[in-house]
Each structure stands twice: as C-alpha cells, then as structure tokens.
Design a protein around this ligand. Sequence first.
Ligand SMILES: NC(=O)c1ccc[n+]([C@@H]2O[C@H](COP(=O)([O-])OP(=O)(O)OC[C@H]3O[C@@H](n4cnc5c(N)ncnc54)[C@H](O)[C@@H]3O)[C@@H](O)[C@H]2O)c1
Length: 241
Amino acid sequence: MSLTGHVVLITGAAGTLGRATAEAVRAAGGAVVATDLNPGEGVDLAHDVTAEADWARVIAEIDTSHGRLDGLVNNAGIVHLGSIEDTSLADWRRVMAVNADGVFLGCKAAWPLLQRSAAPAIVNLSSVSGLVGGANLAAYNASKGAVRLLTKSVALHGARLAPPIRCNSVHPAFVEGAMVDDLAAAARDPARAREKMAAAIPLGRLARPEEIAASVVHLLSPAASFITGSEMVIDGGLVAG
Ligand SMILES: NC(=O)c1ccc[n+]([C@@H]2O[C@H](COP(=O)([O-])OP(=O)(O)OC[C@H]3O[C@@H](n4cnc5c(N)ncnc54)[C@H](O)[C@@H]3O)[C@@H](O)[C@H]2O)c1
C-alpha cells in the first residue's frame, strides 16, 4: 500500500474523510495537495469543485509546484435531506453541482496530468446512497448514483491507456463526523437518530474515518493495479441484507 513518490490531490480536505485520507496518504509515503472551499488549517489551495476555472487553476498550480499528479480523490460532497416532494429544484441543482458536476470536472481537469504518471488512479467518493435508495434522499441518491456510473465510464476510457488511469468508487455507510452530526441534528431526537443509524448497520456501529481512508489509499496504490471500475462498499454489512 505504499504511495512513496506519489502526489495526490484531495478535494473537500477540510472535512472528516478528507482529513483522514490526507493523513493516510502521508502515512503511506505520499505527498498531499489538500483543497477545500476556503483556505485554512490542512488546506493548501482554495477550490470550489463546481467551478471549472478553479479546477484549471488548481491543476496548473500542481503542475508548477510538483510537476506531476498520481492520484485524485474526488471527496468533496454535500448531503441534503428531502423526498421528491420537498426537494426544490434549487436544492437538487446544488447537490448535483457539488457531488456530480464536481467529480466530472475533476476527472476531466486532472486527466492530462494523470496521463503523465506511471501509476495514475482516481478514487471517487460515492456512498451506500449510490447503491440503495432512501425516501428522504432524492437529490443525494441521484448524485451518488451518478458518481457510481461515471466512475465506470472513466475507468473504461482510462483502461485503454498505457499505463492505464484506474478509477474506482468508494461507498461508505454512516461515518462518525460532521455529516452524520448534521443528519442527526436535523432529526426530532438526535440521540435516537444516531442510535437508529448504528442499529441499521450489521456491525452495530458507525464507520471510523480512518477505515474509509485505508481503502482509498489501497485503491490509489499500485497494490490495486488490477482494480478499476469497481465499487468498494465499506458499510459494516448494510447493503448485504
Ligand atoms: N460522512 C458520511 O457518513 C459519508 C457516508 C458516505 C459518503 N460520504 C461522502 O464522503 C465525502 C466526504 O464526506 P465527509 O463525511 O468528509 O463530509 P464533510 O461534510 O465532513 O466534508 C465535506 C467537505 O467538502 C467541502 N465542500 C463542500 N462543498 C464544496 C465545494 N463546492 N467545493 C469544494 N469543497 C466543498 C466542505 O467544505 C467539507 O470540508 C462526501 O462526498 C460524502 O458524500 C460521507
């Protein structure tokens, strides 16, 4: 699982999984370029993943500072609770812009620089919500389903190259952190909501961020050289039943 010598761009890196992934990439010997909406602790570059011009600037800065890019983790994402009846078109567009457009723009913008790497790999953060539906997740389900199949198209295109650009999606269930805190806070009884989330998972608990980050590092690394177009489900058994 070594990433020695690899340069990895991680979006949404101020958040729970972005931070954990940055730590895991560094622990595996890689160099991290961490981006998020606002500059701050642990964030190297300000970067709105919905803005094509931001992608062009970030990729150009990486080319100048590192001269290479070996890994891209399209991690930035937002969740919106709402059924088809109570999700507005503006809510839908906001979620699709970050979760789906952001991943599309990232794969596209990073492609030329990834093509210069000896072992390039993309990991896209989908979710169990990209595999199974939830009545109150209309926009989130659609956006994460889009990430799942975009990943396969990118993987098939990348497979034609030598060396190939590998591309895989990761599908976590609830992870301890800000996103789950927000989901629980939106419920009538936040403590009960948290208990229900854990109870829905056969392993009986939420994921720890480092458990997702470890799989992301594996998929980025040459140890996963024959894995492309796949969906790594990291859900404590949630969608197995
Ligand atoms: N936390 C979970 O339970 C969980 C489960 C399954 C999938 N995921 C997915 O994992 C990814 C990371 O989630 P997390 O738990 O770390 O969430 P988080 O809310 O802790 O972090 C998300 C980060 O994305 C950033 N972001 C939001 N909009 C952005 C934009 N337009 N441009 C750039 N950055 C932007 C935020 O500033 C934040 O730092 C997301 O794609 C999420 O959908 C999370």
